[in-house]
Design a protein around this ligand. Sequence first.
Ligand code: AMP
Ligand code: DBH
Length: 541
Amino acid sequence: MLTGCSLWPKEFADLYRKEGCWRGETFGGMLRERAKSQGKRIAITSGERNISYAELDKRVDRLAAGFQTLGIKKMDRVVVQLPNVVEFFEVCFALFRLGALPVFALPSHRSSEINYFCEFSEAVAYIIPDIYSGFDYRALAREAKSKVCTLQHVIVTGSSEGFLSLTDLYAEPIMNEADVKPGDVAFLQLSGGSTGLSKLIPRTHDDYIYSLRVSDDICRINQDSVYLAVLPVAHNFPLSSPGVLGTLYAGGRVVLSPGPSPDEAFPLIEKERVTITALVPPLALTWLEAIATRAYDLASLQVLQVGGAKFSAEAARRIRPAFGCTLQQVFGMAEGLVNYTRLDDSEETIVNTQGRPMSEYDEIRVVDEDDLDVKPGEVGQLLTRGPYTIRGYYKAEEHNAKAFTSDGFYRTGDLVRVTESGYIVVEGRDKDQINRGGEKIAAEEVENHLLAHEAVHDAAVVSMPDEFLGERSCAFVIPRHQTFTAGELKKFLKARGLATFKIPDRIEFTESFPYTPLGKVSKKALRQIIAEKLAARTTTY
Ligand code: AMP
Ligand code: DBH
């Protein structure tokens, strides 16, 4: 057992097993089984490369042997920061087979996040590309290596510059397999966070594979499905809802897109006869714009999933006419609960709701500030518990006491209402977070970085409305004395190694903050101030 994790109490674990949710599968075993039953079929397409299930299975064994030679063993944590490349899969499955735990960093994370993930998870290894999207990840590795004492290995795909090269690690497979149990934690996923830094989310083989199986069923993923990965695969949505892992679970084919733009994705949809893909709302808007002017044949596309942030009903309504396929709204979270609109739902349900829980064992409550159930149809905070929703973050006892109820419900921080037919409509948020087109920003994390500047007396980060991204971030800053510019402050944050998407889109200097009657900074009032300012600007011009 990984220490620092509170998993499900025995009576729930017993129930989920008895009901057949948890069937005792592991990721290592799943790939082995697919390689046996359909070894010749293609698992992953990347550029001109097609990798069969049998080949993937073999390469995973060889890489696991290489990792083992380095001393990587069961329960070791390994920060994996890879884009949509085949190596992502080989690395993850090799670690799964050893019972070592990938910690899923996103390609957009920088030293501030990476040092923290390595340090907090006491990672023994960090796996990166050499250069991706113009950024040299080896610089991040050099910093992490000098700061984090547990970090023994940096492994690079491509030119390794003195670090270990991933290619050199593939070795003769070792026959004795690690004793990986289905109830073991398989990896640590990231939460967007609402207080301080991102929390780490322990997901077990049992619970995650259950979520894949149900997702596959709802999204009708089978051997003939072709899933195009356009979002970064380490993100929970393209990873599991049903995403790349759900596709592999069903024996389908994953096609890796090097990027999310229509110019990269549309030709791939045509060429590879893609049947399903997943987007965040701003990307869906970009694709809607592009489709009118591009002459690609996208007729193979059956389902376009949109999730990660609220998709407006107006944009949702345009999907079917533009793409000739079914829109599926997906409202999920790396902590567990995923809601889907069903493929045969009415257009009104698909356009106007964020779906309903995928599993009959998902329990949901909508509550007021006193944790009392609101009346049916009223807005409240969504609480949830179930066979694939965690009972606690990794090594976060104090935070867990607040983030979960005493009877194990996760407080999502989402304000929702439930329709008469049991569908969820997301109405807002009761957590100190900005959802920038699907990328989550914990306000407190950015505020702490701002406060590290000697000239900043106080800082408060809030969301501001944005037509394209839904929300952008705005930092209200009270300067201490000397004058400095917003540009300088942004540069300061960048130099501190903060991921670019977390750098405030706008900085407002002010002399004081509005306060609530209880003496807390009123973020609601700040949101209103900036929203009004923006609205005034659009009406003036
Ligand atoms: P995380 O906990 O970091 O995985 O982020 C999950 C959060 O993203 C949810 O709690 C919601 O706040 C937000 N989210 C995900 N999908 C949707 C959606 N379809 N509509 C609105 N919000 C969403
Ligand atoms: O935003 C998310 O985290 C998310 C969205 C859709 C998610 O984790 C998921 C589906 O599984």
